[in-house]
Structure formats: structure tokens, C-alpha cells
Design a protein around this ligand. Structure first.
Ligand code: ADP
Ligand code: TPW
Length: 572
């Protein structure tokens, strides 16, 4: 252990880092120890912080990112130098892409040796490596700069569009000492780290005028709206205008998915037919077909509420940008709406209701089938019922078909209860997100995982057991990536690239660490095992046996696979 605080009136770098974080209300570190940060993890724990120690830095980083999204405080991921840093970098990049505030704090080797490339232990120019993948990157060289350095990192992660920040702490910094009183005085409590950004009144007026004239208006809520924690105002905006809305996957639950104004069950219809669309914390990226093309039908008129001015016109023209933080924008919109707002034409809302009814009864029919083995629908039907009974549960979801079907089948009822692959469609967030959800909310977590998706972070079942977290993992075991039916057409005896060991016992992985492992072959078995997991709060892994022929290649985005070109070059 390093020197204690106040030893001969001195304080060292270790303690200054911990005190700087604590001063700013940061109470948890997600990380993985090793040179030069092992003592930092021990001391942080000794100083009353929660230290969640992972088996791989990427999962710690994903946990930090999810914690940031859920709490509006930057999640801290702590790693060792070069390889540990690089392992965390994917999560940092993913956090930045998704606008989640996190700080990747990595120890680093001696600057002099790194800069002369003289071959230090875990040598790497981490600061420059990190820059393209985050919002901001900082290095602290002197103990007296720790307060300012941590403050810069926090403010960068949280202000404006949230995102990932890299903070480089060279090994030498930790054992530097300075006068304890001067050290404490040098710490900075960040005042108002995410200042409100009030939209200009004329932009709000312009947006309302466009909305008022709409014959077929639509509100589209994205995960920025969920992050903003302006839940009551967002709900009031939707309800007072009477405008149908669509939630993006992580905005599900901002209003309960069963809300009469939800147009999710008529998604294709409303996207094609709406004339004015108001985006609230959602980007017109690939997940929304870039705001154009067949999905969107006739050209639209767009209103976009976002904190980032450069998001506007990124894909199509935005006629009414409203730039500011969502809380301030939505409350300004509400004030402008007042009480005399006329609801959208009944023809529009009635047609949506009809389409919804038709699609929902079709879905109910599909869900009532009970095929053996289970398919995605029948297994998700069981999960849907469990979540309905426990709307406070957090759902983590990744995979291809497992993701796409769960998103549409499992209704969410409360804000920020759904975490998933997000903007990149990244695999591997599962266990990190599940740990963060359990740690930050104290609620039960269900992780709905494709078997391939689970493999990316599966070793963290040990972490879940070690901290005894109320996480119930459901692995949709269909023996492979997408499906389990691929065959190798070559002469070799290797399995095809997308298939796994058939009949794998993922449940035994959980048993190996003292958690509960269950195999479920029917929706009844699955539902029962989930109820037990939630009631007991014990780490549980349910190996749900899914028909290996069910689903499609890449789920709903199969069309993004490049088409095979000529298989053989034509002979001359
Ligand atoms: P989704 O994937 O759900 O469609 P995106 O991640 O594409 O959502 O979009 C989220 C948007 O929300 C980003 O453009 C981001 O700038 C914006 N955003 C995030 N937080 C806030 C906030 N507090 N206020 C306003 N806009 C925000
Ligand atoms: C980091 C590519 C997208 S979806 C997927 C992969 C490998 C797994 C699909 O199989 P799974 O799901 O999980 O069994 P299901 O429901 O269809 O049976 N590497 C990263 N990210 C992505 N997106 C991939 C690879 C991919």
C-alpha cells in the first residue's frame, strides 16, 4: 500500500485522485487492477468508494458507460497501461458514439521512456491513441494539477453532448507528494457540470408553428430524451399535444409502451405517412434510415430538438432546429403550447389505432403459439410477462434476432429501464451493462442475450457472483451466431464460421461460480426460472433452448450484408 494520507502533513497522488472524484460525487469505480493502479483500487475501496473489479477492461468500460447514462454522472473505468487501456478503449469509443458520459482513467508508463520509445513495461502513447475515440483527452503530470485535471475530465464528459473522456495518469504521479492542506485546496468541485442550455425563443416558436400546421404529426423520442431525465415534461408534451409517438429502443418506457399514443405497433405506417416529425434526442442515422428513402415515404418536414447544433442537417434538411438541453427545450415547448392546443386530425390518429390493433392482434396470435423447441417469440412472450409484473426491472439486451424481437415484444413501462447495443449495434455490452444497472439502481436486472452476444462478456458471470448481484441472464441458445444451421461446404472438417458447439450448457458457467444455473426448454420453464431468480435476487443464468432454425441472418438488418459479387471470374 502507498503512504497514508496526512503522513507527515503530506498527501500523495493516489489520495488526491480519490478525493477529487469523491468531491464530485463519484462513488464507484469500475476497473481491473494491475501496475500502476492496483493501490488506487485498494485505497479507493478503503476510502469508502465502491470498486467493482472486472475480468476484462472492456466490460468495466461498458459498465462505466451504462452507469453514466443511468445517473448523469460520468462512469469511471480504471485500467492499467497499454493493453488494459486498449481493452477499455472500445467501451470509451462506444460511449462517445452513444453520447454516454464516462471517463476512462488509465495508468501509463514513464513519459520519458514512452516518448523516446525506449521500451518500457507496457509502453504506449495512450493519450494520442485515445484522442480519435473520445470527446476529450487529458494527461496529469503533477500532483497539484489533479484537481483541475479531474474537473476538466468531468466537465468534458457531461457538458453539451455527453460522451467519453480519456484521463492519462502516469505511474509517477501516484507517489508524488505535496502538502496535504495545499493538496486539498487544489481540488475542484465542478459547479454546474452540465449547464442548462436554454433554446432561443424564436426557435421554439418556429417549431410550434410547424407542428401546429401538421396534418399527420409524429414525435420520435431517442435515448437522448431518456438520458435527459425530463420524464414528466416529455410525457406532458406527448399527452397535451395528443401527437402519436415512436420511442427508439432505449427511449422505450419514457411513456409506457402500452400508452394509447404509442405508434410502435404501426411503425412503418407512421414513418412513411407522417408529414411533420419532431425528433427529441434522436439522430437521423442508419437506425432511422437517414431520414429518407422508402422507409420515410414522401419528404418530411423535420423539427429536431438536440443539444448539438452540428447534428442538425446531418442527413436531411431540418426545418425547425431547437438547440438546447432537452429539459429546457421541452419545457419551453410546453409553455408555448399552453392549454388551447388542438389535437391532430382524428383521421390520422384513428388510422394509426386501426393499424396498431391489427398488428397487435397478429402479434398476440404469434405469441400464443407454443412451439417445441421454443422460438424467439415464445421465449420472449414469457419474458414480456415477467417484465409486465415487475416494471421496475432493468432489461439489458443484445444479439441479432434476440435484440430485434425483444425490442418489439418486451414492453417497457418506466424510463431508462432498457439498455442495449445502441448506435453501433455493438456486441459485448451485456454483462458490463448488467453489472452497472444492478449497482446503480439496486433493482433486479434481466439480460436477454443471444448466445453469440453473451460470449463477448460471459466471463463476467464470475463478477456477478462475486458481488452477488441480482442479475438474471437469459441466453437464447440456438447454437450459433444468428442461427445454428450453417454448414461447411469445403472439404475440411472445421465447423462453419457461424456455428457453435451444439447443446452447450451455458447454465454450468454460472454454477461454476456459485450462482444458479437452469435449463429452460419451454416458456413455462423460462417464466418460472425467472420468477425464482427475481424473488431470490441470486445471480442466475437460464440456458433457454431455442430452435436453431429460427431467426434470420443478422436479424432485421440482413440487407446490410454486402451482396456476393461474381463467384467465379468468367473465363475469357
Ligand atoms: P437513438 O439511438 O435513441 O435514436 P441517438 O443516440 O441517435 O438516439 O441520439 C441522441 C441524441 O440526443 C444526440 O444527438 C445527442 O446530442 C442528444 N442529447 C443527448 N443528451 C441530450 C440532452 N441532455 N439534451 C439534448 N440533447 C441531448
Ligand atoms: C463487437 C457482428 C452482430 S449480431 C452478432 C454478431 C457477432 C451475434 C448474433 O448472434 P446471437 O444472436 O447473439 O447468437 P441471435 O439472436 O441472432 O441468435 N462484433 C462486434 N459487434 C458486432 N455487432 C458483431 C461482431 C454481430
Amino acid at each position: 500500500m502507498s503512504s497514508d494520507t496526512d503522513n507527515h502533513g503530506l498527501i500523495d497522488g493516489f489520495h488526491l485522485v480519490i478525493e477529487a472524484l469523491k468531491l464530485n460525487g463519484i462513488d464507484t469505480i469500475y476497473g481491473l487492477p494491475g501496475i500502476p493502479i492496483t493501490d488506487l483500487t485498494r485505497l479507493a475501496q478503503a476510502e469508502g468508494m465502491r470498486v467493482i473489479s472486472f475480468r476484462h477492461e472492456q466490460n468495466a468500460g461498458n459498465a462505466a458507460a451504462a452507469a453514466g447514462f443511468l445517473t448523469q454522472k460520468p462512469g469511471i473505468c480504471l485500467t492499467v497501461s497499454a493493453p488494459g487501456f486498449l481493452n477499455g478503449l472500445t467501451a470509451l469509443a462506444n460511449a462517445t458514439v452513444n453520447c454516454f458520459p464516462m471517463i476512462l482513467v488509465s495508468g501509463s508508463s514513464e513519459r520519458e521512456i514512452v516518448d523516446l520509445q525506449q521500451g518500457d513495461y507496457e509502453e504506449m502513447d495512450q493519450l494520442n491513441a485515445a484522442k480519435p475515440f473520445c470527446k476529450a483527452a487529458f494527461r496529469i503530470l503533477h500532483a497539484q494539477d489533479i484537481g483541475i485535471g479531474v474537473a476538466r475530465a468531468i466537465r468534458s464528459a457531461l457538458s453539451g453532448r455527453p460522451g467519453g473522456v480519456y484521463l492519462d495518469l502516469p505511474a509517477k504521479l501516484f507517489s508524488q507528494t505535496m502538502d496535504a492542506q495545499a493538496g486539498r485546496r487544489s481540488l475542484v468541485k465542478v459547479v454546474d457540470p452540465a449547464p442548462r442550455q436554454i433554446p432561443a425563443p424564436d426557435t421554439v416558436q418556429r417549431a410550434l408553428e410547424l407542428l401546429k400546421d401538421a396534418k399527420r404529426p409524429l414525435i420520435l423520442l431517442g435515448k437522448g430524451a431518456a438520458y435527459a431525465q425530463a420524464d414528466a415534461d416529455i410525457r406532458a408534451l406527448v399527452e397535451r399535444t395528443g401527437i402519436p409517438y415512436l420511442p427508439m429502443s432505449m427511449a422505450k418506457g419514457l411513456l409506457p409502451d402500452t400508452h394509447t399514443q404509442s405508434a410502435s405497433a404501426a411503425r412503418s405506417y407512421v414513418l412513411a405517412e407522417a408529414d411533420v416529425v419532431m425528433l427529441v434526442g434522436a439522430r437521423l442515422n442508419w437506425l432511422l434510415s437517414h431520414g429518407k428513402g422508402k422507409t420515410w415515404g414522401a419528404p418530411k418536414r423535420f423539427i429536431q430538438v438536440d443539444i448539438s447544433p452540428t447534428e442538425i442537417d446531418s442527413n436531411v434538411q431540418i426545418e425547425a432546429p431547437v438547440i438546447g438541453d432537452i429539459g429546457s427545450c421541452v419545457s419551453a415547448l410546453l409553455a408555448g403550447i399552453g392549454s388551447g392546443w388542438s389535437r391532430p386530425p382524428a383521421e390520422w390518429t384513428a388510422t394509426i389505432a386501426q393499424r396498431k390493433d391489427k398488428n397487435l392482434s397478429k402479434m398476440a396470435q404469434t405469441l400464443s403459439l407454443d412451439p417445441s423447441p421454443m422460438n424467439f417469440h415464445s421465449a420472449l412472450g414469457a419474458i414480456r410477462d415477467v417484465v409486465k409484473g415487475r416494471p421496475d426491472i432493468v432489461v439489458v439486451n443484445e444479439g441479432a434476432n434476440t435484440l430485434d424481437f425483444a425490442r418489439s415484444i418486451v414492453d417497457m413501462y418506466e424510463p431508462r429501464k432498457r439498455l442495449d447495443c445502441g448506435t453501433w449495434g455493438i456486441m459485448g455490452i451485456g454483462m458490463g451493462f448488467a453489472v452497472a444497472a444492478a449497482v446503480t439502481t439496486g433493482k433486479p436486472v434481466i439480460a436477454i442475450e443471444g448466445d453469440s452476444a453473451f460470449g463477448f462478456s460471459g466471463m463476467e458471470v464470475e463478477t456477478i457472483c462475486r458481488y452477488n448481484l441480482p442479475v438474471c441472464i437469459v441466453v437464447f441458445n440456438n447454437n450459433g451466431v444468428y442461427k445454428g444451421t450453417d454448414v461447411n461446404v469445403s472439404k475440411s472438417t472445421d465447423p462453419a464460421p457461424t456455428v457453435f458447439v451444439k447443446g452447450a450448457r451455458y447454465d454450468l458457467m454460472m454454477e461454476a461460480f456459485g450462482g444458479k444455473g437452469v435449463t429452460a426448454a419451454s416458456p413455462q420453464e423460462l417464466g418460472r426460472a425467472m420468477h425464482e431468480a427475481i424473488a431470490s435476487g441470486r445471480p442466475t443464468l437460464i440456458n433457454a433452448i431455442i430452435d436453431e432454425t429460427a431467426g434470420t441472418e443478422s436479424g432485421r438488418i440482413t440487407s446490410l450484408n454486402p451482396k456476393k459479387a461474381a463467384i467465379k471470374t468468367p473465363s475469357a
